[in-house]
Design a protein around this ligand. Structure first.
Ligand code: NOJ
Length: 564
C-alpha cells in the first residue's frame, strides 16, 4: 500500500457524533439525556461505528447549548448525573466501542467560578485567568465576535472598569492560556476525564487559544480576516506541544481539533506525527463552500459546483499523503443536514442522495465522522418563523438584523438553509409521537417527516433503506483496508456531474463513482486501466461487471467496483 499507511485504531474507526440534547429523552422533560444515550447503545453498536463523540455534557447555563461551561468536572443536571455518565462509559466499553468528549477550553462560561472571581477585582488571584483591557487605556482595538449582537468581542464590565474578551457570546469569556496556571488547570481537568477512561477529545476552536496579549490593531496582513488571525496566535503550537507532552502522550487516546482558519499549508504543523500535537482536525474549507466569502452563516448566491467540492477534498487528501491524517465529514451540529446541503432532499432524490453521500464518506481516506440522524438521511427542517429557533446564533443575528432595519424575510430565508438548528432537531426513532424522542414537549420542534419513513424503526425493517445501506457500507470499508489507507486518485476532474476516484492498495484498487446530479450521467471508462471490474456496492441498479467503455449513472447513483 502506498502513502500514509501506519495502522492505528483511530484511523480505522468510524465516528458517530451525538448531540445529547436532541438524541433521546429518557425522563420526559423534552431534553435528551445521558440515560437516553445508554438506552440506545445496542442501536449504536448495530451501526458498526467504533467511536462515539459526545457534544458537551458538562454543567452549563446553556447560553450556547453547553459550549459555555461553568464546571468542567460536573455533568449538566438536565442531562443526568456523574453516575449516569459512568454507566454510559462502561456500556460503551462493554460493547467494544470508544468515547470521545468535547474539550471546550478557548473559553468558559461567565458563570464559571474562575470568571466570577476574575471579574470581582483587578487584584483577585483569578484575574489573570481571562483577557482584560483596563478602560483607562481607552477603547481596545477591534476584535470580532461570533455571537455578539454588535459583533464586538470586547465587553465592558463596570465592576472593575475594564473590558473582557469573548470571541463567542458575552457569556463565553476567553481563557488566558498565556497564564501557566490556566494551562495546568486545563491539563488536570483533562487527566480527570482520561483517568475515568474516556478515549479522547474533540477540541473546540482549538487554534484560537493563543493570543497576542498586547491586543494590537489587527495586522494589515489579515485585512479584516479575523478568523485567520485568531487561528494564528503566537504561542499556539507551543501550547499544543505542551499539552501533548504533559497529558495526551500519557494515554492511548485520539484527538481531533475543530480548526476554523487553518489552511492547507499549515495543516501538518498540527498533525504530522513528529510534531506531537494532535491526530486530526476538521478543516473549514468545505463548510465555506456554499457561503459568501468570509461569512460563516450567509449562503452564497450562486450554487456551489461539484468541481469545487472535488478540489477541496483532493487538496486536503494530498496534504496528508505522507504524514498526518485527515477527517472526512459532511455535517455536524453547527451546519445543516448533509443530504439537504450536498445532495437533494426532495422525495425523488432523497434516498439516492443520502446513500451516495455515505458511499463518499466511507470510501475516502481519512477518519469518517457522522452526525446523529445522518445514517437515516435526516433533512433540514427549514423553520418559517423566528419563534421556532432556539440557537443563540440565529436569535442574535435576527435581533441585529431587526435593529439595523434589514430585510427580515430575506434573513429568515437564509436561515432555512444556514441555521445550526437544522441539524439540532430531535433524532427520529420511530413513527410514534415526537418521533419517539420524548414523552414530553420537545425543546425544539421535531421534523414532521419522521412520519414518512425518515425514522430508525421503519428503516430497520426495510432492506433497501438509507440506514441499511449505511451499515453495509461501513462493513465494506472495514473489509477492505484499501478504502482506509489506499492512495486516492481523482479522475476526470472537470466533470460537473460525476465525482470519480480510485483507492489503490498493494493488492487491490477500487473505483468509486458518485453522481451528484438529477440527470442521468454518462461516465467514460476508456482511460481507466483494468482487465475487469467487479461491482462491490451500489445504491441503484448497476452492472455487476464494469463495462469496457462507459457507464450511465442514474440520478445520485453511487457505485464501487473492485478492479483487477
Ligand atoms: C464551535 C462549536 O462547535 C459551536 O457549537 C460553538 O458554538 C462554538 N465552537 C463556541 O464554543
Amino acid at each position: 500500500m502506498e502513502g500514509n499507511t501506519a495502522r492505528i485504531w483511530w484511523k480505522e474507526s468510524v465516528v458517530y457524533q451525538i448531540y445529547p440534547r436532541s438524541f433521546n429523552d429518557s425522563n420526559g422533560d423534552g431534553i435528551g439525556d445521558i440515560r437516553g444515550i445508554t438506552d440506545k447503545l445496542d442501536y449504536l453498536k448495530s451501526l458498526g461505528v467504533d467511536v462515539l463523540w459526545l457534544n458537551p455534557v458538562y454543567e452549563s447555563p446553556n447560553d450556547d447549548n453547553g459550549y459555555d461551561i461553568s464546571d468542567y468536572r460536573a455533568i449538566m443536571s438536565e442531562f443526568g448525573s456523574m453516575d449516569d455518565f459512568d454507566a454510559l462509559l462502561e456500556g460503551i466499553h462493554q460493547r467494544d466501542m470508544r468515547l470521545i468528549m468535547d474539550l471546550v477550553v478557548n473559553h468558559s462560561s461567565d458563570e464559571h467560578r474562575w470568571f466570577k472571581a476574575s471579574r470581582k477585582s483587578r487584584t483577585n488571584p483569578f484575574r489573570d485567568y481571562y483577557h482584560w483591557w483596563p478602560a483607562e487605556k481607552g477603547v481596545p482595538p477591534k476584535r470580532w465576535s461570533y455571537f455578539d449582537q454588535e459583533d464586538n468581542a470586547w465587553q465592558y464590565d463596570e465592576t472593575t472598569n475594564a473590558y473582557y474578551l469573548h470571541y463567542f457570546s458575552v457569556k463565553q469569556p476567553d481563557l488566558k492560556w498565556e497564564n501557566p496556571k490556566v494551562r495546568q488547570e486545563i491539563y488536570e481537568m483533562m487527566r480527570f476525564w482520561f483517568d475515568k477512561g474516556i478515549d479522547g477529545f474533540r477540541m473546540d476552536v482549538i487554534p484560537f487559544i493563543s493570543k497576542d496579549t498586547s491586543y494590537p490593531e489587527l495586522p494589515a496582513s489579515y485585512d479584516g480576516d479575523f478568523i485567520a488571525y485568531y487561528a494564528n496566535g503566537p504561542r499556539l503550537h507551543e501550547f499544543l506541544q505542551e499539552m501533548n507532552a504533559q497529558v495526551l502522550s500519557q494515554y492511548d487516546v485520539m484527538t481531533v481539533g475543530e480548526a476554523p482558519g487553518v489552511t492547507l499549508d499549515q495543516a501538518l504543523d498540527f498533525v504530522a506525527e513528529d510534531r506531537k500535537e494532535l491526530n486530526m482536525f476538521f478543516h473549514f474549507d468545505l463548510l465555506a463552500l456554499d457561503r459568501e466569502p468570509g461569512e460563516v452563516f450567509k449562503m452564497r448566491k450562486d450554487p456551489w459546483k461539484l468541481t469545487e467540492f472535488k478540489a477541496i477534498h483532493s487538496k486536503w487528501d494530498q496534504v496528508f499523503e505522507e504524514k498526518g491524517w485527515g477527517s472526512i465529514f459532511l455535517c455536524n451540529h453547527d451546519f445543516p443536514r448533509s443530504v439537504s446541503r450536498w445532495g437533494n432532499d426532495t422525495p425523488a432524490y432523497w434516498r439516492n442522495s443520502a446513500t451516495m453521500l455515505h458511499t463518499f464518506c466511507l470510501s475516502m481516506r481519512g477518519t469518517p465522522f457522522f452526525y446523529q440522524g445522518e445514517e437515516i438521511g435526516m433533512t433540514n427542517i427549514r423553520f418559517d418563523s423566528i419563534e421556532d429557533y432556539r440557537d443563540i446564533n440565529t436569535l442574535n443575528a435576527y435581533h441585529k438584523a431587526a435593529h439595523n432595519c434589514d430585510d427580515l424575510q430575506a434573513f429568515l430565508e437564509n436561515e432555512k438553509d444556514a441555521s445550526r438548528d437544522n441539524s439540532r432537531t430531535p433524532m427520529q426513532w420511530n413513527s410514534g409521537e415526537n418521533a419517539g424522542f420524548t414523552q414530553g414537549d420537545p425543546w425544539i420542534k421535531v421534523n414532521p417527516n419522521y412520519r414518512t419513513g425518515i425514522n430508525v424503526a421503519d428503516q430497520e425493517k426495510d432492506p433497501d433503506s438509507v440506514l441499511n445501506y449505511f451499515k453495509k457500507m461501513i462493513r465494506i470499508r472495514k473489509e477492505h483496508p484499501e478504502l482506509i489507507y489506499g492512495a486516492y486518485q481523482l479522475l476526470d476532474e472537470d466533470n460537473q456531474k460525476v465525482y470519480a476516484y480510485t483507492r489503490k492498495g498493494k493488492e487491490k484498487t477500487f473505483l468509486v463513482l458518485l453522481s451528484f446530479t438529477e440527470e442521468a450521467a454518462e461516465f467514460s471508462l476508456k482511460d481507466i486501466p483494468k482487465v475487469k471490474g467487479q461491482l462491490v456496492i451500489s445504491n441503484d441498479h448497476a452492472p455487476s461487471q464494469l463495462p469496457e467503455d462507459r457507464i450511465v449513472l442514474s440520478p445520485y447513483q453511487a457505485a464501487i467496483y473492485a478492479l483487477s
